[in-house]
Ligand binder design. Structure first.
Ligand code: UDP
Length: 316
């Protein structure tokens, strides 16, 4: 199959491209590099089954010259709190205009369409763990609303194209994911803590550190996305690892993985930072036969090794 991947030069997008190529598909990769990087896909360019086009999907464009497309997987969006706070308008545009442009291509080409949505669709959740039937607790005018509402709109327009035009759609609600190719400076907790540990600096825990997250290794996540993209499930499916940790516990796990035990420094909690987050993945298990396989310790070991390679020599 020929699969269009939007956001192909991003963290998850680039791993997805690799997996699709491994499965024997060809990839039409799009990115505008707002937060992605050519470094993530440079090793794929030049392959006959991989074609890259620099394209902002919020602008009108055509893929006619590229021939028939069988599937579209839309991972295009700034996704870290720091990035979407820097690019709030672009984030809203990509979920709305960008989604619409790709859904039109899916409709015209009779291609499958998967949107990468997010656990942020649940906002600061009042139900725990979060199941797909929970409608969420989102502040529509808070700092994170540009991302949350963009993704909620993206889900809504995806369902509208399915209902109105019969497009074969899927909605993945992705929970915190980590692994090689995260940007060192994107502000997210995994690169932040690993970077700080490797530089022998204090780990910056926001708030009391009692807030929780659940971290999924990127190879597990990508497998879930692929399985979902081939399923007939039209309603959202949570993809994430249900092992839940407080940020204080997580800081300790990263210190252990890096073998560096620097002090913890407490910083103010950002506004609307969700207090608890953990996916209920019963539906993914039932519908896709999917569950994560990589343990946190294994995943962190690979991640720390990757970031070590990226850093200039660690100061003594
Ligand atoms: N966090 C932290 N220290 C940091 C960066 C993040 O304690 O240096 C916390 C943040 O407040 C949040 C959690 O880690 O509770 C996860 O943050 P991240 O930005 O990775 O993603 P989010 O899940 O909030 O989208």
């Amino acid at each position: 199959m020929k699969i269009l991947v939007a956001g192909a030069a991003g963290f998850i997008g680039s791993h997805l491209c690799e997996r699709l190529l491994e499965l024997g598909h060809s990839v039409l990769a799009l990115d505008n590099f707002i937060t992605g990087s050519m470094d993530n896909i440079a090793h794929l360019t030049g392959r006959p089954d991989f074609r890259f086009i620099e394209q902002d999907i919020t602008k009108p464009f055509s893929t006619e010259a590229e021939g028939p497309i069988d599937g579209i997987m839309n991972l295009a969006s700034p996704a870290s709190p720091k990035d979407y706070l820097n690019y709030p308008i672009e984030t809203l545009d990509v979920g709305s205009a960008g989604s619409r442009n790709l859904l039109e291509i899916a409709r015209v080409q009779n291609a499958r369409y998967l949107i990468a949505s997010t656990s942020e669709a649940y906002g600061d959740p009042l139900e725990h763990p979060q199941t797909e039937t929970y409608w969420g607790n989102v502040n529509p005018v808070g700092p994170r609303s540009c991302y949350d509402e963009s993704k909620r709109f993206a889900e809504a327009i995806t369902m509208a194209y399915h209902r109105k035009h019969g497009v074969r759609t899927n909605i993945a609600r992705i929970f915190n994911t980590y692994g090689p190719r995260m940007q060192l400076d994107d502000g997210r907790v995994v690169p932040a803590f690993v970077d700080q540990a490797l530089r022998n600096q204090p780990l910056t825990v926001f708030g009391s550190g009692a807030q929780t997250r659940s971290f999924c290794y990127v190879s597990d996540l990508v497998e879930g996305l692929w399985l979902l993209s081939q399923s007939d499930e039209r309603y959202p499916v949570n993809l994430g690892n249900p092992v839940e940790l407080s940020m204080l516990e997580f800081a300790e796990r990263i210190q252990a993985a890096a073998g560096v035990f620097t002090p913890i420094e407490f910083h103010p909690l950002p506004q609307d930072d969700p207090q608890r987050r953990r996916p209920n993945i019963t539906k993914a298990k039932r519908v896709l036969g999917w569950e994560p396989r990589v343990s946190l310790d294994e995943g962190l070991a690979c991640t720390v090794a990757y970031f070590k390679g990226k850093l200039s020599p660690v100061r003594a």
